[in-house]
Design a protein around this ligand. Structure first.
Ligand code: S5P
Length: 457
């Protein structure tokens, strides 16, 4: 099968579609490639495997892999044709923070060639390469069936990987045009779309959420990215600590339900502190129930959180109805969604985080950003790169030194968090258990601010 025949076959089975398709990013694309069904057409599968085998037979690699699901059956056919060993990485996403496993036999240091069906941006390829590299496998080359990207080759080259493709978008368009299978108008539409997505995103797109704006301007005014997590159980201790550290913090995070002696004096006193020391109040309630229940948990009961906390935390596990329950009818209230957690073995995975971003894109007026953590600067950067524009990252599990506690809390450093892209660090015991809390809070604030300024030059 020639490349041209292959493209025509793809078109026949509906793997190349023109129309209007909403992509994961929210962009509407005039075309869509979906090679998943190809496995049910043995001649096409055989044809693409032959083309790929021919393309890679002289490249230098020890093992071959395909990215599940679509490319794995293709890669296994190619591996068999070239008599090369196949390996693959589990597709099921393990909870964030646990290692992934490669299935198949390979030596540490083996050179692995990666086959995939498509490339749109280089991002997921880079993630794949890094995941393999963590397991001691060396990745240099990626071979994709269709390159539909505008800068994929360059983006991968920047990270030291080489991209090869059987066919690119332009070739497909030219071929279909020459066979009168697509109108000139559609070709132009596709070209315009591809050119538009390769333009850099306007980072300065205006933020509309008033509380996000408030937090951002307070960070600048107070020169502080420090959120204090004041997890103590008596009011006496609570306000003693606030007396010592309030001037260092931009926001105070409470767990109001852990106070043994909560009474009606607590909130007015807290509000007085907030005015006097100019910090925002953030109740870390982690709402996670159905809309109707959280509506009452937020407004009623003993604490009436909605009356005094400008921000709250939300788990998105119950679905977006939770936001209606919480925020319908409120003004000047916003939330941070837990898109990753710092605790060891937590069940959040990448798909879940991505779903949180999708919801946030729909509700920017009541979501200011995400709570998130990571095991390295690079890991946090990759996580933050997927945020909708204008969303903030608050990172808990932060201390001056890396470490853990006895109950699974994992700490990264202030520098790790901010260099990864955190807009604020959330610090609890690092400060409240220190001998000199005032001094310690100052150290956290200064370290975070220094890094933050470097990042935002
Ligand atoms: O993933 C998370 C999310 C949050 S909000 N991990 C966390 O530790 N938190 C909160 O941050 C947690 O509830 C606690 O209030 C604070 C961390 O406290 P520390 O004493 O470990 O710094």
């Amino acid at each position: 099968m020639t490349k041209e025949q292959f493209v025509l076959e793809l078109q026949k089975i509906g793997a190349i579609k023109f129309g209007s398709f909403t992509l994961k990013s929210g962009l509407v694309s005039p075309f869509y490639f979906d090679l998943r069904d190809m496995i049910s057409f043995p001649e096409i599968l055989e044809g693409v495997a032959d083309l790929l085998a021919e393309r890679i037979k002289d490249m230098d690699f020890d093992v071959l892999t395909g990215i599940p699901y679509t490319a794995l059956p293709i890669a296994s056919l190619v591996a068999s044709k070239l008599k090369k060993p196949l390996v693959y990485m589990r597709k099921e996403e393990k909870a964030y923070g646990t290692g992934k496993n490669i299935i198949g036999k390979f030596e540490k240091g083996a050179k692995c060639l990666v086959i995939d069906d498509l490339i749109t941006t280089g991002a997921s390829k880079i993630e794949t390469a890094e995941a393999y590299e963590k397991e001691g496998v060396i990745i240099k080359d990626f071979v994709v069936v269709i390159d539909r990207s505008s800068n994929g080759k360059e983006d991968l080259a920047k990270k030291g990987y080489e991209l090869h493709s059987l066919i690119n978008l332009d070739e497909i368009m030219k071929l279909l045009q020459s066979m009168n299978l697509i109108s000139d108008e559609k070709v132009n539409e596709v070209r315009e779309f591809t050119a538009s997505i390769s333009k850099p995103v306007d980072e300065k797109k205006e933020i509309t959420n008033p509380l996000t704006k408030k937090l951002m301007s307070k960070i600048k005014e107070k020169k502080s990215n420090l959120v204090l997590s004041l997890d103590v159980t008596t009011q006496k201790e609570f306000f003693e600590i606030l007396d010592e550290v309030s001037s260092e913090i931009v926001m105070l995070k409470t767990h109001v339900d852990i106070l043994d002696d909560y009474d009606e004096n607590f909130v007015p006193k807290l509000q007085e502190y907030s005015r006097k020391y100019d910090f925002i109040i953030f109740e870390d309630r982690k709402f996670a129930d159905i809309g109707n229940t959280v509506k009452h948990q937020y407004r009623n009961g003993v604490y009436k959180i909605c009356d005094w906390a400008e921000f709250v935390t939300v788990h998105m596990v119950a679905g977006e109805g939770i936001l209606k329950g919480l925020f319908d009818g409120t003004e000047n209230r916003s939330s941070f969604v837990l898109a990753r957690m710092s605790s060891k073995g937590n069940l959040i995975n990448e798909t879940y985080s991505r779903k949180c971003f999708e919801v946030a894109r729909k509700y920017p007026n009541v979501i200011s950003g995400f709570i998130g953590h990571g095991n390295s600067v690079e890991d946090i950067k990759r996580f933050k790169a997927k945020f909708p524009i204008g969303m903030l990252l608050l990172t808990p599990g932060v201390k001056l030194e890396r470490g853990t506690d006895a109950m699974g809390q994992q700490y990264i450093t202030v520098e790790d968090a901010i260099q990864g892209g955190a807009d604020c660090i959330i610090v609890g015991r690092g400060i409240i258990k220190a001998e000199d809390r005032k001094k310690e809070a100052k150290i956290y604030r200064e370290r975070a601010w220094e890094e933050y300024e470097k990042m935002n030059i």
